[in-house]
Design a protein around this ligand. Sequence first.
Ligand code: APR
Length: 324
Amino acid sequence: MEFKRPKIALIGGGQIGGVLSQLCALRELGDVVMFDIVEDMPQGKQLDIAEASRVDGFDVELKGTNDYADIEGADICIVTAGLPRKPGMSRDDLLTTNSNIIKDVGENIKKYAPNSHVIVISNPLDAMVTLMQKTTGFAPEKVYGQAGVLDSSRFATFIAWELGVAVKDVNAMVLGGHGDTMVPLVRYANVNGVPVMEQLVRKYGDEAKAKEVMDAMVERTKKAGGEVVALLKKGSAFYSPASSAIQMAEAVLKDEKRVLPVCALLQGEFGVENYYVGVPVVLGKDGIEKIVELELNDEEQGMFDHSVNAVKGLIEDMGRLGFM
Ligand code: APR
């Protein structure tokens, strides 16, 4: 039997790509190849991270490259390649630009890492994952997107701050598409099993006030990406998206069977046929091993359907632009 370290390919060595590589190294998840079209930059980042190996005590290989052949045999590819929206650029322009990039990335992954799993982070997320699956032709269980882990982490963080409890004791989940229509599941949010709403009512002694506080946390969660963008002035969130994707990669590489909200292809589950949407899944060595269905009440189902419709609109736009 041949033993080898897992090989992780990062496609895109920008802000998120850099943090991804450092986290892979710190956790010794495997050898990391970082690909980018910008000459020398991925080589420089990987050298920089590698030169901390003595200090941080990790032993993995880190390589930067501008040649797709170097991702050969990767077990997991994490894709952040793409351009951010620039002033004056329409939504369609951005969709066209990033779709062309994802097509190119997908074709190269198919060629050099045909047995890999692909985790997509590039935005607009739901559309880019759909295109990645179509381009690679990989089984849908092996092509999925990161959005829900981060959106849920944001929601949990706000709840923990509000209740003054450890964030690791907060369970909160966000479903749906990765955009303003995402659905933070208020009714299921809990602190070690105790419903968050119950605790808010206890804290404020008033149901209306508790609802007002929860509504504000839900709104902040939906707009959390924009809040970071507004503060950074340049670029978008990168630490938290990287951590979230690493949690997913780790679940796969260590066959953890984690139950995480992931952008997955629905084939009848939640009443949705053939669209990528954020739902809870079991994530293990085979990728999406199971989609975890749950009871939604009418209000939640309504919000979920609204979110699915937003994803459908995005996919229609991709079709109109000739990518579907
Ligand atoms: N192939 C490979 N890499 C590419 C390509 C391409 N065709 N085109 C651009 N890139 C690279 C850029 O050179 C850049 O280094 O993708 C990288 C993107 O990095 P950043 O611009 O720093 O963006 P980042 O903050 O990392 O976010 C990446 O994730 O969350 C999403 O909205 C975000 O779509 C964005 C993506």
